[in-house]
Write a protein that binds this ligand. Sequence first.
Ligand code: NIG
Ligand code: FE
Length: 403
Amino acid sequence: MNDLLIQHIGQLLLPKKTDRPLKGKELDELKIIEDGTVVVKDGRIIYAGPFTEDYEARQTIDATGKVVSPSLVDAHTHLVHGGSREHEMSLKRQGASYLEILEQGGGIHSTVRATREASEEELFRKSEYHLLTMMHHGVLAVESKSGYGLDKENELKQLRVSHALADKYKLDMKHTFLGPHAVPKGREGHAFLEEMIAILPDVKEYADFADIFCETGVFTIDESRYYMQKAKEAGFRVKIHADEIDPLGGLELAIEEDAISADHLVAASDRGKEMLKNSDTVAVLLPGTTFYLGKNDYADARGMLDNNGAIAVATDFNPGSCVTNNLQMVMAIAALKLKLTPNEIWNAVTVNAAKAIGLEAGTIDAGDKANLVIWHAPNHEYIPYHYGINHAEKVIKDGKVIV
Ligand code: NIG
Ligand code: FE
């Protein structure tokens, strides 16, 4: 007997299963079945396609007038962190920039202090709450970065919390070591970078990727290249926070070093965008961050797609530059500010987001894990359109309704 039958689905969204990320025009191709059926057995999809009465199941859900999609993938988060930074809002109103606050010992440094002070248990409870919010909003696959420890003990603490969350909720999670996220006050940049490189073998057990914040006043292009090469020697696939504020050539570096993703890219150069043509490095765009930093210029998503690049969209959830873990809200910003079409957005938060973190997720073909969302929305355009609220009506994980 099958476990679950979802019938009369108003719109069933079926992103394409591929080995490589969807590139350029492919991102706008999304199979949508009107009046669809999904059948689940033992936590896996048995059938997902046009309406059929060929199946029976223990539980039936009528999804008339609703949208069903794969659950969402948030490919870039700083989920595990101590404290919060609401006081920075007024500093910014007084004219301080993100990098000035960082330079003065606030910003990332302030979250580092709070994260170091938090016990592993406290960090777990706080992150668990944020993760549950994400799951309620339809996200069942998450990338989670360290980077608020800036020493071996505290970076490992963050990564252990990330693993404990994945274990407790049996979630598809990828864990990223972001030791070079800031240079601690009073330290010399290169010496600190060497310290982070030296702990790569220790974090290997807990991290799938190694990441670095390449930015003015943080790590230079040369330092980032050096770190990425050392991380690759230590067996990591690399990622980079690149060209977020200043155009330093981070996208070019990511492609040269065959990074699995290059993230932010608001200030990416034309040359970098052209290089996307011949690369499977996924450009992970984080428009919620640009929005929260109050900038007018967003990443050039259209230019990247015109160059046949692969793009994904994620939250960047963190306490300083993007304080939301609601990926649906970021889908709305992607529609308004990145000028992506609804099809492009759905692919960017499912299949391509999964590719950006090396996960098998974001599709609902026969054999896939039955990780789905039933949306209280008449069509897939509606979700980025009616912004700021939660449209996930039911979240189904491994075939079970969990929300
Ligand atoms: O991706 N840019 C660097 N890191 C984070 C922000 C971290 C913070 O401000 O706490 C980001 O935007
Ligand atoms: Fe980030």
